[in-house]
Design a protein around this ligand. Structure first.
Ligand code: ADP
Ligand code: MG
Length: 334
């Protein structure tokens, strides 16, 4: 089990991470989400023992992870960290890079392992190519395979798909995360892209300005977003005052995703279409509601100026509204 016990850290005076506290079990995949600058990379580096903590502890089972003050070489054997800089050997082949840390005692076994990893990261076509001739995305995949070579117990990944084109990303994610689950490798992935992890992460930790604002399964966070920052990670979203979408005079706001809004022949919730954006299997419709923009999904584009009547399922409002009643959102005006 990875146990992060109330850690704080600062590069200089201000705290970069404040009181981060969570734990995950062996074989689980944790996503660290948050905006740029929220502290995701810093947290990964702390898990790897690259810096000394200001306070708190990190444990992997019985082993305490210590910073440079107590441990000159960061990164215990059981852990591998793939940073955003790949640090590969450019003048040698993909296979040699992946096999760099593998034993030469049994060359047949070594080649079998290299072939297996080349398949996991889908680099069969360039296995014998020198790394200097590869694209950024291919290099990133070599770095992933090399990190897996010696079967780490924990893998730390910093934006692991950032250089890989969309065409390859989907299948690479599926292949990599299935492999990690099969091998029961615990994984911590920092990302700001929901597609990287929503289908794969067991839990997500949301960072905002160095603080953990949520820790839960992706599904729970999506269905019960505690605030607009979390909702925005998943999708476009709308904020309605409770009084706008129910007959109640209650204070507070509810977050409603575009696909949760239905068009109906008549209702008190009237909007006017401003723009339709083609989005593959649907159009995202931007509409004016009391001089603010709201977004909904529709199968066809709609004419600018057209009036629409909207309906939102009561059960959705009820489930979301209860979250906000006591939170800071309560007094927020929109
Ligand atoms: P993220 O990965 O979420 O984008 P980072 O962990 O890289 O965030 O950065 C968190 C904060 O720490 C930022 O304000 C960043 O400027 C600062 N920071 C990152 N690395 C250093 C460093 N080596 N020295 C000083 N400040 C840093
Ligand atoms: Mg980062």
């Amino acid at each position: 089990m990875l146990k992060v016990n109330n850690i704080s850290f600062s590069y200089n005076r201000a705290l970069t991470l404040k009181n981060i506290d969570f734990s995950i079990s062996k074989g689980e995949c944790l996503a660290i989400a948050g905006e740029s600058g929220s502290g995701k990379s810093t947290l990964l580096k702390l898990l790897y023992g690259e810096y000394d903590l200001n306070r708190g502890f990190i444990f992997w089972g019985e082993h305490q992870i210590l910073g440079p003050e107590f441990n000159l070489i960061p990164g215990p054997d059981y852990m591998k960290y793939v940073s955003q800089e790949f640090d590969l050997m450019p003048f040698t082949t993909v296979e040699n890079n992946i096999g760099k840390f593998l034993s030469n005692e049994d060359l047949e076994e070594k080649q079998r392992r290299i072939d297996e990893l080349v398949t996991v990261v889908e680099l069969e076509e360039v296995a014998k190519t020198k790394v200097q001739y590869l694209s950024g995305g291919q290099k990133q995949r070599v770095a992933l395979a090399r990190a897996l070579a010696k079967e780490p117990e924990i893998l730390l990944l910093d934006e692991p798909f950032s250089h890989i084109d969309n065409l390859k990303k989907q299948s690479l994610r599926r292949s990599l995360f299935s492999y990690l689950k099969e091998q029961q490798i615990t994984c911590v992935v920092a990302t700001h892209d929901k597609h990287d992890i929503v289908s794969f992460a067991d839990t997500m930790l949301f960072l905002h300005q160095g603080e953990a604002i949520a820790f839960d399964t992706p599904k729970n966070l999506y269905e019960h977003p505690k605030n607009s920052l979390i909702a925005s990670f998943f999708d476009e979203f709308n904020e309605f005052k409770i009084s706008e979408v129910t007959a109640s005079e209650k204070f507070g706001v509810v977050i409603i995703y575009p696909h949760e809004i239905k068009l109906v022949p008549s209702s008190h919730l009237k909007v006017r279409v401003k723009q339709s954006f083609f989005n593959g299997d649907h159009y995202l419709i931007k509409a004016d509601f009391n001089h603010r923009n709201i977004y909904l999904k529709h199968v066809e584009s709609l004419k600018e100026g057209q009036q629409l009547c909207l309906e939102i399922d009561k059960s959705i409002i009820k489930k979301r509204a209860s979250i906000f009643e006591d939170s800071f959102e309560y007094h927020r005006s929109i």
